[in-house]
Design a binder for this molecule. Structure first.
Ligand code: ARG
Length: 467
């Protein structure tokens, strides 16, 4: 470590203890920001040159020096020394070593406080686009699977009890819609974070004539963060980003939970390809949905990151405090976790099939057509509350006698309500019911066809309206 690399050490009487070096370093995890640190520095140096704070020749030396460092890092030639503390000092130190005095001018009117805030925002801006791509890919695989089951039925559950019949496609598209909100939510997060803190300096800006708007524009920010104190201390976007990851994780864990249940012998609704299952070390017959269980389990990791991030922000004094360095641990953890989960979720979806015959064979159980029967009575002029009671008592009778509603005769129906006629059978049975769904967004084949057309267009990028 050269003298210049640790200029602030001149303030201290001794070298830092080894324990301190170890404890304060963030290089081990913030080195992944190198690309953003370098483009931020190039934009800053260009601005310093156009403001006459450094010469054009010095700017060119800085620019090519930083490009060389980027090449070294990418070629694996760069030596990351934790004594440099973080990526900002590591890059600046290497630059000074490489080009000498012009390198010592780079940090003019800048602090690591605004530098790190800039780097994370730049990183997150790209990462959001990557995550949105991962979500879209998963949505497409769900849409493709839904397209295979436009007519095939399954029971829908509320309170985990059989509720109403639906087509399988409708069930699958419910996830596509949840995920769409995640895409939009991440986009909102991106819009809100896309303001430049660079030039906020340590906390109060600079007495030098820097041009913050110029660096903001060069780096593709919408504008600058106007208040320098907020510029260096704001990490709201980190909490928001992790929250968005947490909600994606919640959505994936609900799908995982469904399919873990659906793949049990008791349900036998889905078959997940062997490539996405594991077996037991002891029980030779086992085919376990471990991938889905981990997808559900990793939600805990991401929720933990969110709690960690929020806790860092709580009651922190204004301005930059070193606590903020821990932000990246949580942000990276949530981001890495969710991007892996999204990737494998898409693979699992693409390799899962529904056991339509087995599901269909069980559709008579659970009186899935009871609500449709009540609505049949409504069409005959019976008030819904009365209809609900009539059907309730018919179900009770059928349950006792081990029959389904469609097995009752017209005479038996009429004992409970004279409004029931021969045409009642058109409203009974799961297949009849799903075809009768009329309301927008209902879970029948008709509506699913319409939703599929919407999503196919939307996910191909041709439909700006979201649902
Ligand atoms: N590594 C630090 C972080 O991640 C950079 C800022 C440190 N600034 C300071 N004055 N100690 O937040």
């Amino acid at each position: 470590m050269t003298d210049t690399q640790r200029s602030w050490e001149k303030r201290l009487s001794t070298k830092p203890d080894e324990l301190t070096v170890d404890y304060v370093e963030s290089l081990s995890y913030d080195k992944r920001l190198y690309k953003y640190d370098i483009i931020g520095s190039i934009a800053h140096a260009a601005m310093l040159a156009s403001q006459g704070l450094i010469t054009q020749a010095e700017f060119l030396a800085i620019e090519s020096g930083l490009a060389g460092i980027r090449d070294d890092i990418e070629a694996g030639r760069f030596e990351f020394d934790k004594a440099a503390e973080d990526i900002h000092m590591a890059v600046e130190g290497a630059l000074i070593k490489r080009i000498g005095e012009p390198g010592e001018k780079l940090h003019t009117a800048r602090s690591r406080n605004d530098q790190v805030a800039t780097d994370i925002r730049l990183w997150m801006r790209d990462q959001i686009v990557t995550l949105q791509g991962g979500i879209s890919h998963l949505q497409k695989t769900l849409v493709a699977l839904a397209g295979q089951y436009v007519e095939d039925l399954m029971p829908a559950y509320t309170h985990m009890q059989r509720a109403q019949p639906i087509v399988i496609g409708a069930y699958l598209l419910s996830f596509v819609q949840q995920l769409e909100r995640d895409v939009v939510r991440l986009g909102n997060c991106r819009n809100l974070l896309n303001f430049s803190p660079l030039g906020g300096g340590a906390i109060a800006g600079s007495t030098l004539a820097i041009d913050r708007k110029a660096t903001a524009e060069a780096l593709g920010f919408t504008d600058i963060v106007y208040n320098s104190i907020d510029a260096v201390s704001d990490r709201d976007f980190c909490a928001e980003f992790i929250f968005d990851c947490a909600l994606i994780a919640a959505h994936l864990s609900r799908l995982a939970e469904d399919w873990i249940i659906f793949s049990s012998s008791e349900f036998s609704f889905v078959r997940i390809d062997d490539a996405f299952c594991t077996s037991s070390s002891m029980m030779p017959q086992k085919r376990n949905p471990d991938v889905l269980e981990l997808m559900r389990g990793k939600t805990g990791t991401i929720y933990g990151a969110l709690m960690g991030m929020l806790t860092i922000l709580k009651a922190q004094p204004s301005g930059y405090n070193r606590d903020l360095q821990e932000d990246k641990l949580h942000v990276f953890s949530a981001s890495d976790c969710i991007s892996k989960s999204l990737e494998i979720a898409a693979a699992v979806v693409a390799h899962t099939s529904f056991r339509t015959k087995e599901i269909a064979a069980g559709l008579d159980a659970g009186f899935l057509d009871a609500t449709a029967l009540a609505e049949y009575l409504v069409r005959k002029g019976v008030p819904f509350r009365k209809a609900h009671g009539i059907v309730g008592s018919l179900v009770a009778r059928c349950e006792k006698e081990g029959r389904s509603l469609s097995q009752l005769s017209v005479e038996e129906f009429q004992e409970r309500s004279p409004a029931i006629a021969q045409d009642v059978y058109e409203s009974l049975g799961a297949g009849n019911v799903v075809r009768r769904y009329m309301s927008a967004g209902a879970a029948g084949p008709e509506q699913v066809r319409r939703q599929l057309a919407f999503w196919e267009k939307r996910l191909a990028g041709n439909e700006p309206e979201r649902r």
